[in-house]
Write a protein that binds this ligand. Sequence first.
Ligand code: ATP
Length: 264
Amino acid sequence: MPLNENKSHGVPKSHPRFSSLKYRHKIIEGMKNLVVAEAGLIAHGRGECFDYIIGEKTIKTAKNAINAAVAVLLTAKRPVISVNGNVAALVPNELVALSKLLNIPLEINLFYSKEGRIKAITEVLKNAGATDIKGTNEDMMTELTGLESNRRKVDFIAKADVVMVPLEDGDRTETLKKLGKMVIAVDLNPISRTALWADITIVDNIIRVIPEMIETAKQFKKLNKKELIEIVNNFNNKLNIQKTLDLIIDYITKQKEEAFKILE
Ligand code: ATP
């Protein structure tokens, strides 16, 4: 038996925080390979913190938002999924599987541009089987008006009607909204500017969201357009975020009661 079969990056699989540590290492490796920006490590840490207070699981409101998101993506005319370094490092295979299942292109879009980063991310996505990758050729890009960050440079996104933005910054979400796009956000922070600006906010970890979207898409592909539109119409993002915050309060209240029991 290989010595490290029960370990990953030196972390034993029996470690209570194995999964969290595994993804941390993916981010660190991503940074070494230029896929993840240094600031991506900090963004990941911010995400971990919010993941902790939802109980590191897909809560009911996230499932509601996932259903609405998949229904929207299945009925959209020109949908696209925006990809940044953290997403490419964490869930490349799942992301490509979702893009193929829904027949939606992936577009690399980065806040921090650095020589070789787009190439490195393209490589990761291609290795995961992606064939339709946008945002790789600067000559094909246009600029979103009203946005100063590097995220203003877009390709397919410029003409898209629905843009899914996992781990986005608030500025571009706001800009995309002002340009009339429908925005689907994946953000563990339910009160980030992105979460509040988006039309559909999935408050959950991207590592759970994409596999859940794949399973949902497999089911929803059997529905007709009317049924899909009904799912979208029954979803209220503002209410869903409010309920998410209520679930967080409930979880923390329970933890307040439970937390010290392990010490007794
Ligand atoms: P905003 O500009 O929208 O207010 P922000 O300035 O907090 O947000 P960033 O610093 O770019 O935005 O952080 C990225 C966001 O992504 C954070 O809200 C963080 O909680 C979230 N995030 C980080 N990792 C994950 C993950 N694995 N899954 C889902 N969300 C994540």
